[in-house]
Design a protein around this ligand. Sequence first.
Ligand SMILES: Nc1ncnc2c1ncn2[C@@H]1O[C@H](COP(=O)(O)OP(=O)(O)OP(=O)(O)O)[C@@H](O)[C@H]1O
Ligand SMILES: [Mg+2]
Length: 303
Amino acid sequence: MSNAISEIETAGTDETGGLTTSGERAEEIQSEWTDYRLSADPKLSVENLNVYYGDERAIRDVSMDIPENSVTALIGPSGCGKSTFLRSLNRMNDRISSARVEGSVKLDGTEVYGPNTNLVELRKRVGMVFQAPNPFPKPIRDNVAYGPRKHGELNRGLVARLLGRDDSEAERELVERSLKQAALFEEVKDRLDDNALGLSGGQQQRLCIARCLAVDPEVILMDEPASALDPIATAKIEDLIEELAEEYTVVVVTHNMQQAARISDQTAVFLTGGELVEYDDTETIFENPASQRVEDYVTGKFG
Ligand SMILES: Nc1ncnc2c1ncn2[C@@H]1O[C@H](COP(=O)(O)OP(=O)(O)OP(=O)(O)O)[C@@H](O)[C@H]1O
Ligand SMILES: [Mg+2]
């Protein structure tokens, strides 16, 4: 367990009775304050999720519904489990051998952890953008076309060519559309065949977003997508996230509370060792949180 977590646990609870600093019992307040009701069916529904690395529990009995076509922000101090939670939504934790997941995650009502889940299909429907831009050392065009080529979705073969839609045309359209959606096209349209590693950090991150969009996902998970960027590049990513939410369900981890307040519709606050402490409309979380611990955190008293 990291030092950050021990410190927060000390700050948030007393050693014996499990009471919070404001004198409340954590289990009691948790059910009340994380019970965020949605008017529509959720896109993702998480129930009693626990994630362990070996014997260490990184996510502690988290339940939350994530609504469609909106931005959900996950905030909380370093080591509280935000990335672990995010990765559990599209089973990226499967790739970590020590990780073990208990509980349920449903995508449109279907169990993500069911035995018949096709992981390739799942990751296509629930895409991910990482903290550090990770373009492939290939031309810009190939980065965007990578997923659709892999999934075999570009029109291929004789019939497509007879209809006048060969691979290259379908690909050109798709690359252009995805780059436009990621607000990058104008900056790169004359150098699509240049290596992606020649782009700036902010451009590389938008390219990674374009690569994610090219396979036509439904949910986009973003783990601190702007933390490595300068303020101007960050502002571009923030604008983009807000636009994407018109069409996609966006779940974004951020360390930056102003950013969460600016771009998200609802905010989930994780604190002590993987506990979801409060989940509500972003405005409520920042202006009138129910939990004293959340108020202390968002006003910068700890964390
Ligand atoms: N691959 C791993 N193996 C073992 N433990 C891990 C692994 N990944 C994360 N952990 C542990 O799980 C806990 C939660 O980590 P996680 O990366 O999810 O936190 P986080 O909230 O994303 O932190 P940060 O804000 O620093 O990115 C931490 O105690 C961390 O050390
Ligand atoms: Mg993280």
